[in-house]
Design a protein around this ligand. Sequence first.
Ligand SMILES: Cc1cc2nc3c(=O)[nH]c(=O)nc-3n(C[C@H](O)[C@H](O)[C@H](O)COP(=O)(O)O)c2cc1C
Length: 436
Amino acid sequence: MNMSLCIGLTLSPTWLNGEGWRRADSKAEQLFSSQYYLELAQRAEAAKLDFVFKPDSLFFNKEMADKSPGHTCLDPIVMLASIARETEKIGLVATMSTTFSEPFTVARQLQSLNWMSEGRVGWNIVTSIEGSGNFGKGEMPSSKERYERALEFTEVVRKLWASYPNEALTINRESGQFADQEMIFPIHHKGEFYHVEGPLNVPAFDSTSIPLFQAGASDLGRNFASFVADACFAATPDLESAIELRRDLHTRAHKHGRDSRAIRVLPGMHFFLGETREEAQQLYQDAYAHLTNEQRLAAVQRILGVDLSHLSLQSRITAKDIPEVMENVRSRTHADLLRRIIINEEPTLQTLLSKPEVIGSAHWVVIGTPADAVEEIIRWYRHGALDGVIALPGGSVQSLNLFLEKVVPLLVEKGLFRKEYSGNTLSEHLHEKVKK
Ligand SMILES: Cc1cc2nc3c(=O)[nH]c(=O)nc-3n(C[C@H](O)[C@H](O)[C@H](O)COP(=O)(O)O)c2cc1C
């Protein structure tokens, strides 16, 4: 029996990005209602997905408001609490920042939600890239400091979860002992960043630990992820970068003394799906129709560090148009990817500017039919590039519908994904095998 692929759906409405929210069928007015997210979670549960995942940031970017409505987002714990009671099986992964929160609060909120959902909670640990002004912190701490904090923060949270174990709950009416005091310990944590006495004032839901998710991409981030995470989210735009990341995370996990197979690597998959390829292409084009050529050229300049604005749209772009050594690029993976496309395809400038790698995102982008998406997932799986995916539907709710109604059932048919849940908790879903 193989491990089941692990599939999570984002609760950030990625399909409303760009022009998506302006469509008549977008339900944009309902974006801040609990019903909107509850329906998504219930549909994901009907498709037997492992979890829904609520991304989060702790700042507001006014420029993003019109182009990425999901950027103004509801608090993950509040949102997931409203979903917990109305669902039974699906995992609920909340994003919480180690830079702007306190370990006691995070440990308590997550363990509370774990009780509310009967063991279905996961924590997406992020160090946040922006927002210090909202917390009286002055300048953002460096990435190094943020990850050092994250390490200690996570250690404290885990100690707090262990400080009041589930086994301590005796609830003995006869003796009058509700909890065995001898099993509940203060943690007396005194570290570089945190002093926390403990114990936590919420007992653990059960004896398994709450699964941890992380998406570190930098050297420090990968080190942290491979040390603590049960599952890693990945922004890997192409197969090569995903294979490299998964292999690297496994090697690092092994060095930390962990079983490398314990980490499930889940690339974000941004997909535009149609019943036909033409329909999918149109959906994708429409989503980014608002971007001018100037904005697209600026994106190329950001990614590759080269200005192509003096060329006509019909010019072919070849290796000679881009520098051999790329310095000061924002993302080496993304720059290498675009470089490979230029060298292999020698596209016209117009074609280059319409590529998802230029205008879309740093994620793996799939534009096509459900069968195309399944083929791509299987190709990546066979190459050892993934253990599952984070579904990031694009363009309109149609992409989401086709994913749940066609892509997932096709994966079930191929024996790569579960037909029914066999467990009840998120931890059980993450380690489930598929029965053939
Ligand atoms: C699928 C995915 C989801 C992410 N979700 C969030 C999020 O909700 N909030 C956040 O602050 N960062 C999020 N990140 C960013 C990561 O936490 C991380 O900062 C990023 O991958 C860069 O890695 P680095 O911190 O090692 O440089 C996400 C990344 C990926 C790939």
